[in-house]
Design a protein around this ligand. Structure first.
Ligand code: NDP
Ligand code: MG
Length: 381
């Protein structure tokens, strides 16, 4: 049952793990993409023999063409090339592991071509939830979650009637600054923020996990993926990252999915659904773990989380403003231009102050994203 897989963002944390999963499953890799990392993309191309590779960055494109000139692999460049490989007729499934809102157009391109999506790129659903869902319905395309919490919820829904669901319990690790006061957050350094207690991830999502924006984005992602009202989702801090999320049904039963924190499990489930094949991941030993803990999140100290709830409650383009302002603020933080605590401050202000109209088209999203980024740049200028 080997399948033809295209991986967008193959040089990232999810992308590299996805390639290992494909290798283990014997899947055929059709296309791989990156932004700038032509060196790693060359290495992956030589190992996995895709038909196409694509990079967004122009210099990386020129470099990659030279690197692969002795092969028959087609090298493409520019953001449009991600859309092109996402829609290749030979794809069975497209795994979108790009970081940020740039993942939206390739997701829509794959859906329009009738290709199943394994979705890690959560920003796609946060900003384009309605558009992505209606396109998926129109082209009868399934969106399979890769995010560990959403994979957990999806797994807990199997064999049950989603109409009999009361709520979902979305777990959060709490990040490296769990229990910190607003005052303590002011002294946080970039090195501390980049060190997640349980997961090895790309820089942007690691910072999102530290501000709790990651959970805010996942909250919105869950609303769209599972057609829920925001008040049907409870966020619970679970420091051990063993219980990846749970679903509560009308009869009071709570079904949870557990496992060691290893993204290869949800990546593989998205690729093999509904089958469960051997993954090589270390088994979970509950007696080694001994205890699991659960806490309320601190909405007052972690502004990003409350801003996300506000954005999805108001809806329209506010989730786009939330995401765009966050992407811009995190970029400034990673460039050492602002402090850690200022990320939440800027996002909360943007959600309050950026004026947007109704969400009708992709252009509306792109415009609201630009307004949010400009707002943050002005805020810190
Ligand atoms: P990384 O930063 O590790 O990788 C991002 C990938 O996207 C890289 O291949 C990168 O290329 C590419 N990329 C970055 N910018 C652009 C761009 N402008 N155009 C095209 N490609 C681009 O991120 P992660 O793998 O950690 O995360 C990917 C997505 O999955 C995110 O949306 C994240 O929230 C989500 N996710 C991640 C988890 C994890 O454990 N890491 C868990 C759950 C969800 P290059 O290498 O050239 O920069
Ligand atoms: Mg997650």
């Amino acid at each position: 049952m080997s399948r033809n897989v295209t991986i967008l963002g193959s040089t990232g944390s999810i992308g590299t793990q996805s390639l290992q999963v494909c290798k283990n499953l014997g899947d055929k890799v059709i296309a791989l993409t990156a932004n700038k990392n032509s060196k790693l993309l060359e290495k992956q191309a030589r190992e996995y023999h895709p038909r196409y590779v694509a990079v967004t960055d122009q210099n990386a494109f020129s470099d990659l063409k030279i690197r692969l000139k002795d092969t028959d692999i087609k090298v493409l460049g520019g953001l449009e090339s991600l859309c092109e490989v996402a829609a290749l007729p030979e794809n069975d499934i497209v795994l979108n592991a790009v970081v940020g809102m740039v993942g939206l157009k390739p997701t829509l391109s794959a859906i329009t071509a009738g290709k199943e999506i394994a979705l890690a790129n959560k920003e796609t659903l946060v900003i384009g939830g309605e558009l992505v869902k209606s396109a998926a319905q129109k082209y009868r395309v399934r969106i399979l979650p890769v995010d560990s919490e959403h994979s957990a919820i999806f797994q807990c829904l199997q064999g049950n009637n989603p109409k009999q669901l009361r709520k979902i319990i979305l777990t959060a690790s709490g990040g490296p600054f769990f229990g910190f006061s607003a005052e303590q957050l002011k002294a946080v350094t970039k090195a501390q923020a980049l060190k997640h207690p349980n997961w090895e991830m790309g820089a942007k999502i690691t910072i999102d996990s530290a501000t709790l924006m990651n959970k805010g984005l996942e909250f919105i992602e869950a609303v769209h993926l599972f057609d829920l009202a925001p008040d049907q989702i409870e966020i619970v801090v679970h420091r051990e990252s063993i219980l990846h999320s749970a679903v509560e049904y009308n009869d009071g039963s709570v079904i949870a999915q557990m496992g060691v924190p290893d993204m290869k499990i949800p990546i593989q489930y998205a690729l093999t659904y509904p089958n469960r094949l051997s993954s090589g991941v270390k088994p979970l030993s509950l007696t080694d773990i001994k205890s699991l803990t659960f806490h309320q999140p601190d909405y007052e100290t972690f502004y990003c989380l409350s801003a996300a709830k506000k954005a999805i409650a108001k809806g329209g383009l506010l989730p786009t403003v939330l995401n765009g302002s966050n992407e811009q603020a995190v970029a400034l933080f990673l460039q050492d231009k602002i402090k850690f605590y200022q990320i939440g401050e800027a996002v909360a202000r943007a959600v309050e102050e950026v004026q947007t109209g109704p969400l009708c088209t992709l252009e509306d999203i792109i415009e609201a994203d630009a307004l949010a980024r400009e707002f943050v740049l002005r805020y810190f200028s």
